[in-house]
Design a protein around this ligand. Structure first.
Ligand code: HEM
Length: 107
């Protein structure tokens, strides 16, 4: 008997709606601008980090960002970059970067 009560409790918990996950997933799909370009959307996003990151990677260079786009995406989407104390990029900004990649890196 005890076992079945525990089982019910566990499955009820598993069936709880998880609004945070749903909210986190949707902006990534929805909020990127329709047309994204490096000059208008990506470069302005990274320009503030140019100083501390320049030694490693010029985030304001189209060619450098394009060549390292997947690594950059991995870093910003896992919030590894920018490092603390800088605030992580917003979901909308990460979505914009992903859209820029998906659209074929428009300059
Ligand atoms: C949105 C802004 C930023 C982006 C997209 C970015 C991206 C990256 C990328 C792609 C790497 C290379 C990772 C690899 O080789 O696997 C990196 C490394 C690094 N970045 Fe940034 N970065 C940003 C901001 C910053 C800032 C503000 C700082 C310093 C205050 C910083 C410090 C570093 C350091 C120290 C490394 C070397 C870490 C290592 O190699 O282990 N970055 N970053």
């Amino acid at each position: 008997m005890r076992q079945s009560v525990r089982f019910r409790a566990a499955s009820a918990a598993a069936q709880q709606p998880q609004p945070q996950i749903a909210q986190a997933a949707s902006p990534v799909q929805a909020q990127a601008p329709a047309q994204v370009s490096f000059a208008n959307d990506i470069m302005p996003l990274f320009k503030q980090f140019q100083g501390p990151m320049m030694w490693r990677l010029d985030l304001t260079s189209y060619e450098a960002v394009k060549a390292n786009a997947q690594t950059i995406f991995d870093q910003i989407s896992t919030q590894s970059m920018p490092p603390p104390p800088f605030p992580p990029l917003k979901a909308e900004q990460i979505a914009t970067f992903k859209a820029w990649m998906d659209e074929g890196y428009p300059p």
